[in-house]
Each structure stands twice: as structure tokens, then as C-alpha cells.
Design a protein around this ligand. Structure first.
Ligand code: HEC
Ligand code: HEC
Length: 459
């Protein structure tokens, strides 16, 4: 018999299969052995962890503690921008306390989505607030809260005489909220949760001096205010100061929703458009958006056609001195990976319907082909063209990838305010499901759609 491709092929395939079977068999034997002795192994590990194992556990704990500190409290020197340059602290203090205008009362601060950390309030003050003895209409109370470091994501810097002299912001400003356990907007910190109540544009537009923006973007203050006013609660535009695109071509606002910073372990690319990894984006934000003092480098952003503003400002090669960011990136990364997506509250979805919905997600609706459980994004290069998900390219084209990242869906229930997809174009989960039903011609029945929505609420 002569060897032709027809005969070689099956032989080769069966050889490959044979090898695979052998490899699989080997693995499964090892797994069986491991399964027989897990308690032994676990007991040994618990009784006498080796020095090397202890080192790893201690390191992990230290990194989480450091990362939490940075995430919650580190301004990275951003007070040079928010306070010294924009003078935002003066608008918060108000004329009566040495600033300008009426000032921002705690009620006003809460209504634009700022949150108060109840654990930073002394017990006596908590009792006074409960008893209605604290004036929440008085900006002086806001200053007192800032002195206690109780405003989530905002740090006030005070001089020796007790006057507010500057302010900076933290990651927690946009990516933490509170559990409302004390009162609406006042409670225990929930790190990693997207603050969809926060009106970032509304807060920034209070700044007495918008010159840093007008200079950078080459427009007047009224235009800057119009742009800031267009985002609304839960949105921010992290590309505006790179590409100068203040509005979509259809005239709608160009901000994106604040995504959660939890449930990110195992997910490859981050941001709605997959700019890069978690530490990539953390450096981008700390050095170029929060305007901390740090290093950020990405040659992709130096292209004048896509990023005219960044190529003028040099943001693609940001070298702030002293560098107050780089030494914190590792622990900050670690901390975010350690934050699990929160489980949905009991009773917030229909269990039986969500079980049926899971089967639809996995099979008929093909959702799981991109949102691969349990990461709910693809292991690998988790990006798709705008056409693949049936949306326009505006936001994708603001990213070096020109793509949209498959959104990881765990904890979806916690960020329903503001809608879904990068810009919140779908107001409800039902609208998202209807969109896919049309796009992929799924032919889902009313009941299947409802079941799928219950499943999404259960993730
Ligand atoms: C002013 C609000 C704001 C601040 C402050 C902020 N972020 Fe974000 N963050 C956003 C927005 C908006 C996006 C989405 C950006 C995009 O896709 O273009 C984002 C995206 C992210 C992502 C990607 C999440 C995902 O699902 O891929 C991570 C992680 C993140 N931020 C962490 C941080 C950290 C850490 C800090 C502090 C160094 C920080 N952010 C500061 C608003 C903010
Ligand atoms: C081709 C890959 C792909 C398929 C198939 C797919 N998705 Fe998506 N999904 C994406 C991408 C990419 C995004 C992000 C879109 C954006 O940011 O504008 C997304 C976003 C979402 C969001 C919004 C998440 C958020 O945080 O706003 C939900 C919900 C969702 N998908 C559910 C589903 C369901 C349900 C199905 C099945 C009916 C499905 N997806 C099928 C790729 C896919």
C-alpha cells in the first residue's frame, strides 16, 4: 500500500487522538489521585505551610491591604489639578468659608451622587445626625465631613487654620459606593462598585477655573460646561482629553458609563473598548485623567489623526515628577483582582425563571459563545467589531483597538442604573435581549426573553 494523503490522514488523526487519549487518561488519573487525598493535602497545608507558601500568603495579604489604601485614599497628587488649578475646593467651601459662591451642602453633595463613609463618622456625630441635630443644608458641614475624611473618593487638604486649601480625588470617587445602611448615600464602603449616581460632569463644572480644559481643548468655558453637563449621572469621558471628541456625530453625549472595578480576575482586556489590562488602565487614569503625578506611556496615543489633543499635550508619554503612581500599581492591581463581583440580593430575581434562562443563554441565544461562563467574557482576545454586536463604531474608534470588549456580566444587577452597553443605549436588560434577538435572528419567545432577563439579574 502506498501512503497517500488519504491514508496518512486518518492514521495521523488516530495517532493524535491516541496521544490525546493517553494525555487525558494521565491527567484524569492524577485528578483521581488528587480527589482521593484532598483532605490529606489540605490538612498538611494547614498544619505546616512551608516558608515559601507563607511568603506568598503574607505577600497577598500585604498587597491587598496596600491596594485598598491606594484605591480608597490615594490622590496621587491630583490636588495640583482639582484644587490648585481648577479651584474646585473653593466652590465646595463657598464664600462664607473663604471660597466662592454658595458652597456645597451635604444635601447637595449627596444629590450629585457623592457618598459618605459612615465608618469615618464618630459615634457621637452619627447620633447627632440621626437626631436631626446636624445641619445638612450648611456647606460648613461638608467641610467637617471632609476633615473627617468621610467623603468617599474626595480628600480635602486643610491649612493650619482649618481652611480648605485644596482637594484631590481617588479611584473610589467613581468606583466605590456605600450600602446606604445609615441613610441614603451614607453607609459602609462598597469598593469596586460603579457609582452610577455620581454626576462627574456636574461636579467638575462647579470649578471656578476651567482654563486647564479650555486651553487643552481650544474651546471656551461655555463649551466646556456644555460638554460636562451632557454626561449626566454615572458617566465620564476618559478619551475627551485625547481625541477632543466632545459629542457623537449625531449630537448625543460622548461619555461612557462608569463600569465596576470588581470581578476582573481572569479577564484579559479592560475598558469598554479593551484599551489594555488593569494596570495599563490604572496608570492611564491616575496620570492622565485624575491628573495625579505619575508615568504613563502608550505610543498608540501619539498618533495625531486619532488623538489630536494627546499628540499636542504629549499625554502618550506622561512623566510626572515625582512619580506617585508607578510604585502603587502592583498592589492596586492585586486589590482590584481580589474584589469579587457581589452576589445578587435574595429575592431580586425569579430562581426558576433564571434556571430556564441559563439554558437559553448557553444554547439557543448563543450568549455563552462570547460571554463564556464563569468569566462571561472570552478567555483570550475578548474583542469584537462594532458590526458583530450591532452598534455604531463611534466609541470603538476612540480606542486603539477600534473594537468593543465583551463585557464581563458578573454583578450586572448592581449597575443597572444608567442602562447597558458602553453608553447606556439600552435602558433595560429586556432592551438588550431584544437587541440580540433582532441582530442574531434568535426567534426568542416572550417567555424565553423574560427567562433570559431573570438569568442576567442572577449573575
Ligand atoms: C472620574 C471617574 C473615574 C475615576 C476617578 C476612575 N475611573 Fe476607572 N473608569 C471610569 C470610566 C468612565 C471607565 C470606562 C472607560 C472607557 O471604557 O473608556 C473606567 C474604567 C475602569 C476600569 C475597567 C473596568 C473593566 O470592566 O474593564 C478599571 C479596572 C478602572 N476604571 C479602575 C480605576 C482605578 C483603579 C482608578 C484609580 C486609579 C480609577 N478607575 C479612577 C471612571 C473613573
Ligand atoms: C459576538 C459576541 C457577543 C454575543 C454573542 C453576545 N454578546 Fe453581549 N456583549 C458583547 C460585547 C462586545 C458587549 C459590549 C458592548 C458595548 O460595550 O457597547 C456586550 C454587552 C452585553 C451586555 C451589557 C453589559 C453592561 O455592562 O452594560 C449584556 C447585558 C449582554 N452583552 C448580554 C448578552 C446576552 C443576553 C447575549 C445573548 C442573547 C449576548 N450578550 C450575546 C458581546 C457579545
Amino acid at each position: 500500500m502506498t501512503l497517500t494523503s488519504k491514508t496518512v490522514f486518518p492514521v495521523a488523526v488516530s495517532l493524535m487522538l491516541g496521544l490525546n487519549v493517553a494525555a487525558w487518561w494521565h491527567v484524569s488519573i492524577q485528578t483521581d489521585l488528587a480527589a482521593q487525598a484532598p483532605s490529606n493535602g489540605a490538612r498538611q497545608a494547614a498544619a505546616s505551610p512551608s516558608a515559601a507558601d507563607r511568603l506568598i500568603t503574607d505577600y497577598a495579604q500585604q498587597m491587598i491591604a496596600q491596594g485598598r489604601q491606594t484605591f480608597r485614599y490615594d490622590t496621587f497628587g491630583s490636588e495640583a489639578f482639582w484644587g490648585d488649578a481648577l479651584q474646585l475646593h473653593r466652590a465646595i467651601a463657598g464664600a462664607k468659608s473663604g471660597g466662592v459662591g454658595d458652597g456645597v451642602s451635604p444635601k447637595a453633595a449627596l444629590s450629585i451622587g457623592l457618598k459618605v463613609d459612615v465608618d469615618a463618622l464618630p459615634t457621637a456625630l452619627q447620633a447627632q445626625i440621626k437626631a436631626g441635630k446636624v445641619n445638612l443644608d450648611d456647606p460648613a458641614t461638608t467641610l467637617a465631613l471632609l476633615k473627617l475624611n468621610a467623603v468617599v473618593g474626595v480628600t480635602g487638604l486643610f491649612d493650619a487654620g482649618g481652611s480648605l486649601k485644596s482637594m484631590g480625588i481617588q479611584c473610589a470617587f467613581c468606583h466605590s459606593t456605600v450600602d446606604d445602611s445609615f441613610a441614603p448615600g451614607i453607609g459602609k464602603r462598597l469598593d469596586g462598585w460603579a457609582n452610577r449616581d455620581l454626576n462627574v460632569g456636574g461636579i467638575v463644572s462647579l470649578a471656578p477655573n476651567l482654563k486647564p480644559f479650555t486651553d487643552l481643548l481650544g474651546v471656551d468655558a461655555a463649551t466646556v460646561r456644555k460638554v460636562l453637563g451632557s454626561w449626566g449621572p454615572g458617566r465620564f469621558d476618559a478619551e475627551l482629553d485625547k481625541d477632543g471628541k466632545a459629542f457623537r456625530p449625531d449630537g448625543k453625549q460622548a461619555g461612557t458609563l462608569i463600569p465596576p472595578a470588581f470581578g476582573l480576575a481572569g479577564v484579559n482586556l479592560h475598558t469598554w473598548t479593551g484599551f489594555g489590562s488593569v494596570p495599563y488602565w490604572n496608570a492611564y487614569v491616575a496620570a492622565t485623567e485624575m491628573h495625579g503625578s505619575g508615568t504613563f506611556f502608550d505610543a498608540r496615543l501619539a498618533t495625531s489623526a486619532q488623538y489630536p489633543v494627546a499628540s499636542r499635550s504629549g499625554a502618550a508619554n506622561t512623566r510626572g515628577t515625582p512619580d506617585r503612581v508607578t510604585s502603587k500599581l502592583a498592589a492596586l492591581h492585586f486589590y482590584q483582582l481580589a474584589i469579587p463581583a457581589p452576589a445578587p440580593p435574595s429575592g431580586s430575581f425569579d430562581k426558576a425563571a433564571s434556571t430556564r434562562g441559563k439554558a437559553i443563554f448557553d444554547a439557543k441565544a448563543k450568549c455563552a459563545s462570547c460571554h463564556v461562563p464563569p468569566l462571561y467574557t472570552e478567555p483570550g482576545n475578548n474583542l469584537h467589531t462594532p458590526a458583530e454586536v450591532g452598534v455604531d463604531a463611534f466609541q470603538a474608534d476612540r480606542s486603539p483597538t477600534h473594537m468593543y470588549r465583551t463585557a464581563p456580566l458578573a454583578g450586572l444587577w448592581s449597575h443597572q442604573r444608567g442602562g447597558f452597553y458602553h453608553d447606556g443605549r439600552f435602558a433595560t436588560l429586556r432592551e438588550v435581549v431584544d437587541h440580540y434577538d433582532d441582530l442574531f435572528k434568535l426567534g426568542l419567545t416572550e417567555r424565553e426573553k423574560a427567562d433570559l432577563v431573570e438569568y442576567l439579574k442572577s449573575l
